[in-house]
Design a protein around this ligand. Structure first.
Ligand code: NAD
Length: 498
């Protein structure tokens, strides 16, 4: 059985773990590995190693940091297929999707390669007589990253490259459901010449997370996961004096107006609803059809769903299994809930004939129409291949519906009316907005994050906000008089400009 263990100080941990978790291949239903679960003492050891490594990495020249980032990129590109295969084997998503998440992670690495330009400070000459001001941004220290199962490579890559480029050390706690990709990232950092201890991986569950959240050696916490845990992480981490960015769950609405290109909208709803089996925080889970196009749109979506092939992600299928049997059962339970609430079950994904082992965690694409707004199918984040259609009598009603939702991660509008699109992007209370783009994940030069219950804290991930999160600002006011001025008498005046 494959043992998956921590990575501390540039090498695999050699200790004996007290607790373990099972890791599955979701397409076969078989246990393929055991992952070590860290105790508080093991987390403490990793933080101590990271702290010691930070002491010298914080002053590594920017040119050296940039070279390590370039070499890390080279290592990632070289091992891309291997990493994608590992993700598919533990998460279940199809290979092309696993490769896609590495591609998005690489964009952040490429952004971080420019660290010498990104960390330029400010300077003002002669703000007062013989006085100059310099502003610089310095690293924060040991940064903890706690990441979800659904993007085992991309989400760590949202944070670690920027944190490291800024001169910090990292302790990553990846999801215990698909932990192996994080170790391949660790190997890539080692190949790139990152000093041992600057990037560490600790596996485990809430015990490891809670230790990181309260550990005095951890200065900043980046979290991505479900909303209840994000709230807990934000509250516990900030109470312990840390800066925290905690990205939570989502319920993303895609609004389609009557003038829209309905074929393009149906294509988008199917790819954004069922890609990665709906296990994406930016997945579309609700399509809001503005009257009178509902029936037509549902027919076009149904037609496209019939062409999807569900099965083992290594066999060229469109959609893979769900991550665990428990998650599959939870998602499938919403199908009964929806039927009981009076929603129309248009396509039922239960009992699908998947192209894969009979023991895989399968659930086929499922479509509900006319979903009641008080049903949990509409109110809960389902995080699976269950797409809901709701009808709205007008564009205004559709916009109100999106804004009334407690989540605010992503949303999309499909329309050919520019004025309507402009109003939507201005008035919608969501952090990431797509206009005729169903999954508006910002490119690496911008920052990623939602509003309301989709993000706790005030800093989004990567891009300029990532740089801000992983650095502290310092302003130096200096005076270098040409000749020492004779001091006539002590001066207790308020410092002013002369
Ligand atoms: P999760 O909240 O169950 O787990 C996330 C991380 O927190 C994991 O590392 C896990 O070990 C840890 N954890 C779980 N329970 C904990 C607890 N009680 N105390 C402390 N730590 C705990 O999330 P998941 O199921 O792995 O991922 C899916 C969720 O992540 C969905 O809600 C999805 O929307 C969200 N997500 C959000 C974004 C975003 O950018 N907003 C991106 C990806 C995923």
């Amino acid at each position: 059985m494959n043992r998956i263990t921590h990575w501390i100080g540039g090498e695999p941990w050699t200790g004996e773990a007290e607790r373990h978790g099972d890791v599955y291949d979701p397409a076969t239903g078989q246990v393929t590995g055991h992952v070590d679960f860290a105790t508080a003492a093991e987390v403490d050891a990793a933080v101590a190693v990271a702290s010691a490594a930070w002491d010298s990495w914080r002053s590594a020249p920017l040119s050296r940091r940039s070279r390590v980032l370039f070499d890390f990129r080279t290592a990632l590109v070289r091992r891309r297929e291997e990493i994608a295969a590992t993700i598919t084997a533990e998460h279940g998503k199809v290979l092309s999707d696993a490769d896609g998440e590495i591609a998005r992670g690489l964009e952040v690495v490429e952004f971080a390669c420019g660290i010498p330009a990104l960390l330029k400070g400010g300077f003002s000459e002669s703000v007062s007589t013989q006085i100059d001001v310099t502003s610089i941004r310095q690293p924060v220290g040991v940064c903890a990253m706690i990441t979800p199962f659904n993007f085992p490579a991309m989400v760590p890559l949202w944070f670690a490259p920027i944190a490291i480029a800024c001169g910090n050390a990292v302790v990553l706690k990846p999801s215990e459901k698909d932990p192996s990709a994080s170790l391949l990232l660790a190997e890539c950092w080692a190949e790139a010449g990152l000093p041992p201890g600057v990037f560490n991986v600790i596996h485990g569950d809430a015990i490891a997370v809670n230790e990181l959240l309260t550990h005095p050696g951890v200065r900043a916490v980046s979290f991505v996961g479900s909303t209840p845990v994000a709230r807990h992480v934000y509250e516990t981490g900030t109470r312990s004096g840390k800066r925290v960015q905690a990205l939570g769950g989502a319920k993303n609405h895609m609004v389609v107006t009557p003038d829209a290109d309905l074929d393009a909208a149906a294509d988008a709803a199917v790819s954004a609803g069922f890609g990665s089996a709906g296990e994406r925080c930016m997945a579309v889970s609700v399509v809001v059809a503005v009257d009178p196009i509902g029936d037509d749109l549902v027919a076009r979506i149904t037609e496209r769903m019939a062409q999807l092939r569900t099965g083992d992600g290594r066999r060229g299928c469109d959609m893979g299994p769900l991550v665990t049997a428990a998650h599959r059962d939870r998602v499938a339970s919403y199908i009964d809930v929806g039927v009981r609430a009076g929603a129309k079950l248009v396509v039922d994904g239960r009992g699908i004939d998947a192209d894969g082992s009979g023991d895989g965690f399968w659930l086929g694409p499922t479509l509900f129409d006319n979903v009641p707004r008080e049903s949990p199918v509409y109110t809960d984040e389902i995080f699976g291949p269950v797409l809901s259609v709701v009808r709205a009598p007008s564009f205004d009603a559709a916009l109100d519906l999106v804004n009334a939702n407690p989540y605010g991660n992503g949303t999309a509008l499909f329309t050919t009316d520019g004025a309507l699109a402009r109003r939507f992007q201005s008035e919608v209370e969501v952090g990431m907005v797509g206009i005729n783009v169903p999954i508006p994940v910002p490119v690496a030069a911008y920052s990623f994050g939602g509003w309301k219950s989709s993000l706790f804290g005030d800093t989004h991930a990567y891009g300029p906000e990532g740089l801000h999160f992983f650095t502290r600002s310092k302003v130096v006011t200096s005076k270098w008089p040409r000749a020492a001025a004779p001091s006539a008498r002590p001066d207790l005046d308020f410092p002013g400009n002369r």
